[in-house]
Design a protein around this ligand. Sequence first.
Ligand code: ADP
Ligand code: MG
Length: 695
Amino acid sequence: MVVAVAAPDNLARMPVTSLKGVGAALADKLLKLDIRSVQDLLFHLPRQYEDRSHVTPIGALRQGMTALVEGEVQLADVAMGRRRSLVVRVHDGTGALTLRFYHFRLTQKDGLPRGTRLRIFGEARTGSSGLEMYHPEYQVAPEDLPPPPDTLTPIYPVTEGVTQPRIRALVTLALARLEREGLPDWLPSRRAGGWSLPDALRYVHAPPTDADRALLQEGRHPAQQRLVFEELVAHQISLQKRRAEIRAQRAVALPLKTRLAQNFLAQLGFALTGAQKRVLNEIAADLHIPHPMLRLVQGDVGAGKTVVAALAACHALEAGYQVALMAPTEILAEQHAVNFTRWFDALGVPVVTLLGKLGVKARRAANEAIASGSAGLAIGTHALFQDEVRFRNLALVIVDEQHRFGVHQRLALKQKGMGGGLAPHQLIMTATPIPRTLAMSAYGDLDTSVIDELPPGRTPIQTLVIPNDRRVEIVERIRVQCLAGKQAYWVCTLIEESEQLQAQAAEATYAELQVSLPELRIGLVHGRQRPGEKSAVMQAFKNGELQLLVATTVIEVGVDVPNATLMVIENPERLGLAQLHQLRGRVGRGAQQSFCVLLYQTPLGQLGRARLATLRDTTDGFRIAEKDLELRGPGEVLGTRQTGVTQFRLADLLRDAPLLPAVQDCARDLLVQQPEAAEALLARWVAAREHYAQV
Ligand code: ADP
Ligand code: MG
């Protein structure tokens, strides 16, 4: 698809080297700040402001005060103490002050002969010679000093080799360019809160001294919010466009047939929850349209997403089309294979499983069944979208536990359409409850459904936070529970993503528990085992042949063994809250009271305590995810690597979330009513960055 690219703003086309005094070396340093053009300088916003607008008499300085003073040099000398320092004595008639520099050049001293007039900004501290300032910013004036600035002084994010005065000077030059060149306003004025873009930029780089500094400091000043809003709108436009492109593709419109679904429900043995029904209706409506569905189903752990996936599959299968179900791990794919084969065999739908562990012959047979269409439902890991796999008429792709997959894999699946220009419908299931704000920006191209109700009869899990020195008690508890016919997990975690180290830890714990619990049948599962071994252990646990399963976080997603009612998580302080919540969701899947023990290493800091307490106090995945977001930031929560969640230049999703509804409206309006403005915003905020990101 050809996208019209609006001409970039003039200032965006001017490299920083077009500014006076900026050479290649400085340009290189600015690159570290992501600054390439004059416009980038304008969008490089201060992180803080200082009031340097009035001069404090030195005699009025007190310990701890940060102030602007002026005075005359009495003496500048290199002192040879424990560390060499440049000491400059300054007085102004009301008192004297010592400036101390540990990093200095000798030429600096030469520039400060007796009688030189200085303007100094820094924090006064009590030192050996009375009041001192360490490494203050100062300005030398040959004769008279110019009046102090009549605005607040911006403090910018800087980098090695780019000082505050330097970047301030550069921004001043950029602001002068702004006066000359202008910067067109693309936001409708009512959305911009009365701020033109140039006004907002001028304000944030040089606010008047009576500006609300607290508001500015937090980035909540209307001038700042005007800029943030524009950036968010631009990103929203890009998401909405991408979505429109996908929506413009064609897909099979699946008839609303329900025989298979009804037969499926009849054998299930329970009724759907209201939330499951509602989400299924949303899915059915999407599938009925001749354009690809792109729907994200969020549901807390145990909300019953698998059944929803199966019923969605029924629509496509009954109409004679194929369905692919992709899971992030072999364990989960196998578990799905077991369940779906049982369900669909009874309905006469052939199911094939495509796993990494398959031998050449079995794989070829599976591929053939998929290519000929004799397999209705294909279940697998990412093995499903290798090149050799060709579907005959794939109409629906279901991705379980999306958060484990990357955007690229999502796209790869899209390519697996049916041929003839038809794209498959996509259903993406995730148990990571993504806070709404984040979902809007990370998955703005998807429609979302939420299964916000757990099946009836669940008893909430009780979570205990216990230090590792009470390990013996916990082991005892496992013994009692398992001898009473229950099952338990013991999860070993490591902060490293290394499966090998995790596996070692799990093996050591396995050995230890075998010694302390000789009467129990204990199994071990980790990512380094051969797939066959893994599935044999999982199956044995599921059948109740094993009572205790020692595992790594490979069991994090999807595993469903309702008789398991106790989970011990070692070193929970090393994991994110959302991940812990996932793990914990492996218990509490039946009607019996379940327990989760968070066995932490002492000492645990205050933040660590707070995090585990959150988990103890709530089982609501959304609340936990919000908290996680607050504590760790969006990149960590979603895994930036995996999801490609946008890094904003100015916006902060936590702070600016309240803007999002208006942002979405504004983006939609612009796309419809002023497409040229939408393109210009894209070019200003998104296209340039994406372009640079590719090179
Ligand atoms: P998740 O949303 O975590 O993938 P599952 O689909 O694995 O959850 O479902 C969790 C358990 O709840 C399964 O044992 C499933 O059979 C059961 N379940 C699902 N829906 C219902 C329902 N409506 N009523 C009772 N049990 C249900
Ligand atoms: Mg699941």
